[in-house]
Design a protein around this ligand. Structure first.
Ligand code: SF4
Length: 124
């Protein structure tokens, strides 16, 4: 498993800090992650964070992601794991769930279309 540019929270308590040691562990895209050191704690929610504060923090994290050269790789990683917490690749956990649901729906539609095409072809 690839090391993360920012650590996922097991318990939403204290925002994790990026570790300098991660440079040693880093995979191909992690080395360029703008959030390697998240001193501001933007990417994960502290416990009992009020909604307005969460929205502001997430927007700030997304602005960081917006200038990150590895945003696409990071986003795909977070979608494929999937990462349950935090902002990854410019998406919140809720936004990633929406993207994943859309992908699953699209896959089902494609499978159904392929199946229907196969039946039509078989019927001649
Ligand atoms: S896209 Fe955002 S979360 Fe991902 S590595 Fe870049 S700054 Fe970090």
């Amino acid at each position: 498993m690839l090391p993360m540019p920012h650590q996922p929270l097991q318990v939403a308590a204290v925002p994790p800090q990026r570790s300098p040691a991660r440079e040693v562990q880093a995979g191909p895209w992690h080395t360029e992650a703008v959030c390697r050191r998240d001193e501001a704690g933007l990417f994960f929610a502290p416990s009992k964070e009020p909604t307005a504060a969460r929205l502001a923090r997430e927007e700030a994290a997304k602005r960081v992601c917006g200038r990150c050269p590895v945003m696409v790789d990071c986003r795909e990683h977070a979608l494929l794991q999937p990462e349950p917490y935090g902002v990854w690749g410019g998406l919140t956990a809720a936004e990633r769930r929406v993207v994943l649901a859309r992908r699953r729906r699209r896959e089902v539609e494609l499978r159904n279309a392929a199946s229907a095409a196969g039946r039509i072809a078989a019927a001649g």
